[in-house]
Write a protein that binds this ligand. Structure first.
Ligand SMILES: [Mn+2]
Length: 369
């Protein structure tokens, strides 16, 4: 079982603001790769912003772009509001990218966000930088624009866009990327495409990856760092989650209800249970997987993740609880008096939807490849 594979892109997907939550009109200018390169060429000092709860895509994309900019003789720094997850520390090789790590007197003339689809994904960086982003480089088609200019290319990973930027720089006669940057982009693409398992993978994805391999990167080691070096506590969390699995709707809905007590009794951190959702939908016959996590600070608050395999639109289901995301990966929160009550309310809504889909014959032939 490789249950970490779908974590990154999809956890970020849960944080996408549903369209109906956008109240004010905001006009961003759409730009392409060449224009992004123009802006980067013209700047002398660049700040790159990455999203909260950082994943390999935002970090790998930012690292590679930073290396490209430094090779052009520019000053370039990257910041993130959060702790870097242990398993992603290899990308930058540092413990923190928090704003206090910026060199004294650093004053960017261009601010660029990478892999950020909505301003709230800046987390605690939002008050300072939310209204100051010049260019957003992103691959989420359903994002909520917030930057003056947006380069949105609907590819599987933001890292793929950085590959194209690098290619354009090469065409313009600039230095090609270094091996470390190529490794970081490999990690970004590998991770955001669920190790090339998602629908978003195209022939171009593999062509970009082939280019990265030409730099002599150790792709097997990158994959090992991403997936095969889990802390023991996370493996233990997986075991507890497996024991807690419950099935509904004749096995089409799988639920893991991870209570605060389960976490405390076993000394588990947030990072340890971040990925238990991917367990649920990797089980034969499951269409919708759901994890319910009781919050630490407020025991009546539950954070819910949903994944679907082929048919159900979980963004619609999460929208019924005020959440949203993608068709295949969404999230929401709800308040309830007990974990059982939270589960009952969620299961009722998802079961109804699955019953409707079954009566419509939506699963007929869904097993065909
Ligand atoms: Mn991404």
């Amino acid at each position: 079982m490789n249950d970490q594979q779908t974590q990154n892109c999809q956890n970020a997907a849960e944080l996408i603001v549903p369209a109906e939550a956008v109240t004010a009109e905001f006009a961003t200018k759409p730009i392409g790769i060449a224009e992004v390169c123009d802006r980067l060429e013209r700047a002398s000092s660049i700040l790159l912003l990455t999203h909260t709860r950082p994943d390999a895509d935002t970090l790998g994309s930012a690292f590679a772009l930073r290396e490209l900019m430094r090779a052009l003789g520019k000053t370039c720094e990257v910041i993130n509001d959060d702790d870097i997850p242990k398993r992603l520390k290899f990308i930058f090789g540092v413990d923190s990218l928090k704003p206090e790590t910026l060199p004294d007197g650093f004053s960017p003339d261009l601010i660029v966000s990478v892999d950020i689809s909505a301003v709230k994904l800046l987390g605690t960086l939002e008050p300072e930088y939310g209204a100051r982003v010049d260019v957003a480089i992103d691959h989420h088609a359903l994002g909520t624009p917030f930057a003056a200019e947006t380069c949105m290319v609907p590819v599987g990973a933001c890292g793929e866009i950085i590959c194209d930027i690098s290619k354009e720089f090469k065409r313009r006669g600039h230095p090609v990327m270094n091996r470390a940057a190529a490794s970081a982009l490999y990690a970004a693409i590998c991770s955001d495409t669920g190790s090339f398992k998602f629908d978003s993978v195209t022939p171009e994805t593999h062509i970009r990856l082939a280019d990265l391999l030409e730099y002599g990167i150790n792709h097997a080691e990158v994959a090992r760092r991403l997936y095969d070096s889990r802390p023991v506590s996370q493996v233990r969390a997986t075991g507890i989650a497996i024991c807690a699995l419950k099935f509904y709707c004749g096995g089409k809905l799988a639920v893991i209800n991870f209570t605060k007590k389960m976490r405390e009794d076993n000394n588990l951190t947030r990072e340890d249970i971040d990925d238990i959702i991917s367990l649920t939908r990797s089980i034969e016959g499951v269409e919708v997987g759901m994890s319910i996590k009781q919050a630490d600070d407020d025991e009546t608050l539950y954070k819910v993740s949903m994944r679907s395999n082929r048919v159900a639109d979980v963004s619609q289901l999460c929208a019924k609880f005020g959440g949203g995301g993608h068709k295949r990966a969404s999230g929401c929160t709800l308040n309830a008096d007990s974990p059982d009550e939270a589960e009952a309310r969620l299961v009722a809504v998802v079961s109804d939807e699955l019953e409707v889909l079954m009566s419509e014959g939506a699963f007929d032939g869904a097993d065909k490849v």
